[in-house]
Design a protein around this ligand. Structure first.
Ligand code: ADP
Ligand code: TRP
Length: 321
């Protein structure tokens, strides 16, 4: 089974990225043919600062490796190092109905948040479809926000197969219900684009401040509260053990939950959870030559796979004469 997913280097990775995608991907390392990549071409839709994008790409690589991704047990690369993806994007875009893209929520949400409505942002799902189809992925672990983009990829694969003959595997989304949407400190979906994140590698005072800023309601301590609608509880649940989660659930339901104390407990839990990875990240960042070697090595392996698919596509559509 081929499992594939990508992440944008558009800012510091956060716990939504970790629980929505990274943790799942890392857990598949031993049992599947795993493809993990950093989608810098996608990040260009929101980052227009060359130095920042390049630095962020290396940081995301260090994050993934520090969190446990082993480059010997997967293919790990940077999207733009395999230029074949751009050619496939163009071919797919000639099959993409405008209406399909016009219906995409992510585009509308990003424009509403102030990101410029460029052609790249609009056609973002076509590049994502090319990412997935180029490697003939069977499963794509993502957070729920990407579900519609996966549907676009499936639609385009089917359309291509119908018009030009069986070529692409139809990819299945893999969305864990438990971590489908991790809320941000403001209660909306946590996202690098929304400035509401808890970064994985934030620590000390800034982390404490960020956790204390998680929005909660004004229900008095002794009154019962609904844990399912409380974003503090939703985040707490990701880090505490089963027993503690059920104790805290009970004090929500029966009254007695003091948000301030739960936040302090959450601060300790998050600090401990990523402590080892924090040290490893520093080691990776201290050796950029090694990071480059790992990524170039990964790109070579990815490219070997990509050219096989692209060759078939070129023949099918008539770009071979
Ligand atoms: P962001 O919205 O922060 O820019 P990306 O779009 O780069 O994040 O997403 C990378 C991966 O992390 C995707 O699989 C996405 O579904 C997942 N993800 C992002 N935010 C969340 C979240 N708040 N909850 C769960 N998964 C998320
Ligand atoms: N669009 C995805 C996101 O914002 C990132 C992404 C790009 C991706 N290409 C992909 C995810 C291919 C899975 C498969 O999160």
């Amino acid at each position: 089974m081929k499992i594939l997913s990508g992440i944008q280097p558009s800012g510091k990775l956060h716990i939504g990225n970790y629980f929505g995608m990274m943790k799942t991907m890392i857990s598949h390392m031993e049992t599947s043919e795993l493809y993990v990549f950093i989608v810098d071409l996608h990040a260009l839709t929101s980052v227009h600062d060359g130095q920042r994008l390049a630095q962020s790409t290396l940081e995301v690589a260090a994050d993934f490796l520090a969190l446990g991704l082993d480059p010997d047990k997967c293919i790990f690369w940077v999207q733009s190092d395999v230029p074949e993806v751009c050619e496939l994007t163009w071919v797919l875009s000639t099959l993409t109905p405008m209406g399909l893209l016009e219906r995409c929520h992510s585009y509308k949400d990003k424009v509403a948040k102030g990101i410029t409505a460029s052609h790249g942002l609009f056609s973002y799902p076509v590049l994502m479809a090319a990412d997935i189809l180029l490697y003939q992925a069977d499963r794509v672990p993502v957070g729920k926000d990407q579900k519609q983009h996966l549907e676009v990829a499936r639609d385009l694969a089917q359309k291509f197969n119908n018009e030009f003959g069986e070529t692409f595997t139809i990819p299945e989304p893999a969305i864990s219900e438990q971590t489908a949407i991790v809320p941000g400190v403001d209660g909306q979906k946590m996202s690098k684009s929304y400035d509401n994140t808890i970064p994985i590698f934030m620590g000390g005072k800034p982390l404490k401040k960020r956790i204390m800023s998680i929005q909660t309601d004004a229900t008095p301590v002794e009154e019962p509260k609904n844990p399912d609608t409380c974003n503090l509880y939703q985040i707490f649940k990701l880090f505490a053990n089963q027993q503690r989660v059920s104790e805290v659930h009970d004090i929500y339901v029966n009254g007695g939950a003091a948000y301030g104390y739960i936040k302090l407990e959450l601060f300790d839990l998050i600090s401990d959870y990523f402590n080892q990875a924090r040290n490893k990240k520093a080691e990776f960042l201290a050796d950029p030559a090694e990071l480059h070697r790992i990524l170039k090595d990964g790109a070579e392996k990815a490219r070997e796979k990509a050219v096989v698919t692209l060759d078939i596509v070129r023949q099918r559509v008539g770009l071979r004469y």
